[in-house]
Design a protein around this ligand. Sequence first.
Ligand code: N2P
Length: 386
Amino acid sequence: MKYAFSKTFLALMAVGLVTVSCGQSENKPAENINEAVATANAPEEKILNIYNWSDYIAPDTIENFEKETGIKVRYDVFDSNEILHAKLIAKNTGYDIVVPSSNWAKQQIEGGLFQKLDKAKLTNWKNLDEGILKQMEGVDPGNQYLVDWMWSYNTVGINEDKVKAALGDTPMPENAWDLVFNPTYTSKLKACGITYLDTPTDVFQAALHYLNKPVFTASNDDYQAAFDMLMKVRPDIKKFNSGGQIEDLAGGNVCVAFGWAGDFNLARKRSIENKSEQKIVALVPKTGGLIFMDTMAIPADAKHPNNAHLFMNYIMQPKVTAAITNEVTYANPNKAATEFVDEEIRNNKSIYLSDEDIAKLVPAGVEGQEAKRTLTRFYTKFKSGV
Ligand code: N2P
């Protein structure tokens, strides 16, 4: 694969994603036709409230949008799907755009938490990669609710020099996941600092993958096995922290992380910018990582849906999306943006993966509610370490 998703990748994304009809309830009909027309045409106040992942945008993305449109943006950030999901189900988030990962978005669509996109307002839709759109139908039939933001995968990131020094005579493992899940390695790496994402689902998905078990399982025994394995490395883990990994790696505070590949590349970039020059690398495990795709959606009760559409359409401009990729080192789903992506990023094989590596990624799936409760219970015990 060069600059867009390959067929292999797209086929993978589809596996495990069951097409379902959406459960969005219809809005209460307007009393009469005049009222309906007035509502549709009512000018919105020039405000837009966005809730996105931390470190996921270029410095001038919002500023340029505000200049172009006169719309004032409030931009808040979060670090886990769990946090966003809890807000969405409580309703009245106050946000007009949120950015869940696609597997979480599937459940949110089914739960009626989003409103349909008005494609007539999204004139830049044509720039999106057709293949991705097709695969997104696995979570969003007819591409009615979601617009891709960026994609990457969960994996292991290292500070190469510090890890080699901490391992001493022990060679690097064949399987990169050993660095965070095998006590032979973690006991040595403990000295330079191991950090994990602080989300129950991400940690258990990766642990199940390492154990060659189904990643999106309903089996209590599977979660128990993952928990037992995780408890063996628990004493060696220094931190549970999602959004802070970039800074921790770039500052040399930790040497190994279980986290997002994009953030590891960004940590390397930041360490070059701040002249600490840490050799931070996103490893592409031979056994594969776990793919994610983060998507923009408009909450059902958003107060500024028209402004939300304007923002989505603005983001879908090739240069705007490319500038985000160039800043945050995540691959984007905009085909027309590729020519504006820095060559160094386009050629980075841990950002734009090879076909072979893509074929090894674990496709996004969804745990049932009961399974989520089980793994969250196990996670809490694991994190507390008792
Ligand atoms: C960007 C975080 C990516 C989020 N800093 C993982 N879904």
